[in-house]
Design a protein around this ligand. Structure first.
Ligand code: CAA
Length: 385
């Protein structure tokens, strides 16, 4: 019988998507990456370029006006954007993070109302789980939602909210039954224009400076009851299921950042001459490059394996999402640090892009759950049965 090894080769359609994103990113995203990092401003030109090519929120299903990209295609889009500009890659990544609770658990009504504007690029969607005192221990959140007739009234502070202020819509997790701990958390759609919503000053960060991170304040925000996503008390499970899927996108982001750094370092060592020859001719440099390429490819394969599980909704996605995110982000940190090393003193300056990539890589080990949390998640899955 004919045997198929397709699992170990990307479908042609996905290779075509990679080519298309790469073309847009080389021409219209990469040129703004250093400036976004330097000024700390949201790269509107990159957003417009991604939007024009339908790469700003590719995962939105066609029935809601989206491009209908599967999880692997979405990961490839994020990877390629991150290769050019990590800050810009948070546009498709956080649009997926913000809308995933709706896609997983939202009513048809809510999906019809909130997904089309994201698909068209009129609006972005952020995800509000963390709080000043509730980071890794997400279930210890204190933001409260209290029922008042056919409304809910929300009060609290959300922290580390990616694209806050730029996004029009927010998935907010809040406590509806304090006695029930994680089973007493519910999810809601909050709009930037809802009275009582405001934002903190942009955080001064090490990297991903072109992607605003701000606190979101909810001060007696009164929203209609139909803005609840899924049933009351299911918000924490929805938050965790969302992260199972989107940790794959952070893995893809890490792979893209690392690829960008390896590409640059390869070009540099071929040109740079010391001791009368290109530094690429020294075995010490070659061994570094080989390790960088090897780790990168291992990270990419694990990321794509996790993306397949995300698309199919496999039971082992929790494990694979955590493993891919953890492995790829650790690899990206090593690879970008080595890229700086290969450029020597030049690598340490802002005249070259690799120090930015190293700073951008760092966050992938922290957000959507620190890599210590990923190891907890993996170990719990391994020990489960
Ligand atoms: N899928 C479905 N349900 C899940 C789940 C999953 N993957 N993980 C947990 N649950 C359910 C459990 O089954 C349990 O339900 P029951 O009570 O009904 O049995 C409930 O959730 C509680 O689970 P745990 O007891 O395992 O919860 P815990 O309090 O021990 O926390 C944790 C587990 C893994 C540490 C979790 O808190 C966690 O992931 N922390 C990290 C949070 C995080 O990733 N934050 C990132 C925020 S997003 C971001 O970074 C911002 C950005 O903008 C980029």
């Amino acid at each position: 019988a004919e045997r198929s090894f397709d699992a170990y080769r990307l479908p042609e359609e996905h290779e075509a998507i990679r080519e298309a994103v790469r073309e847009v990113c080389v021409a219209k995203v990469a040129p703004h990456a250093a400036e976004a990092d330097e000024t700390g401003e949201f790269p509107k030109a990159s957003y417009d370029a991604l939007r024009a090519a339908d790469f700003h929120a590719p995962h939105i299903p066609e029935e809601y006006g989206g491009a209908g990209a599967d999880a692997l295609a979405t990961a490839i889009v994020i990877e390629e954007v991150a290769r050019a500009c990590a800050s810009s890659s948070l546009i498709p990544a956080v649009n997926k993070l913000g809308t995933m609770p709706l896609l997983l658990a939202g009513s048809e009504e809510l999906k019809r109302r909130y997904l089309p504007p994201v698909a068209s690029g009129e609006a972005m969607f952020s995800y509000c789980l963390s709080e000043p005192e509730a980071g890794s221990d997400a279930a210890s959140m204190t933001t409260r939602a209290v029922r008042d007739g056919d409304h809910w009234v929300l009060n609290g502070v959300k922290r580390w909210i990616t694209n806050a202020g730029v996004s029009e819509f927010y998935t907010v997790f809040a406590v509806t039954d304090p006695a029930a701990r994680s089973r007493g958390i519910s999810a809601f759609v909050v709009e930037k224009s809802d009275p009582g919503v405001s934002f903190g000053a942009p955080e001064k960060k090490l990297g991903i400076k072109g992607s605003p991170t701000r606190e979101v304040y909810l001060d007696n925000v009164r929203i209609p009851a139909d803005r609840m996503i899924g049933a009351e008390g299911t918000g924490f499970a929805t938050a965790m299921q969302t992260l199972d899927h989107t940790r794959v996108t952070i893995a893809a982001q890490a792979v893209g950042i690392a690829q960008g750094a390896l590409d640059y370092a390869k070009g540099y060592v071929a040109e740079r001459k010391q001791f009368g020859k290109a530094v690429a001719e020294f075995q010490g440099v070659q061994f570094m490059l080989a390790d960088m390429g090897m780790k990168l490819e291992a990270a990419r394969q694990l990321t794509y394996a996790a993306a397949g599980r995300s698309e199919r909704g496999d039971a082992d996605l929790t494990y694979f999402g955590a493993a891919a995110k953890c492995f790829a982000s650790d690899a990206a940190m090593e690879i970008t640090t080595d890229a700086v090393q290969l450029l020597g003193g030049y690598g340490y300056t802002r005249d070259y892009p690799v120090e930015r990539m190293m700073r951008d890589a760092k966050i992938t080990q922290i957000y959507e759950g620190t890599n210590q949390v990923q190891r907890i998640v993996m170990a719990r899955q391994l020990l489960k049965d």
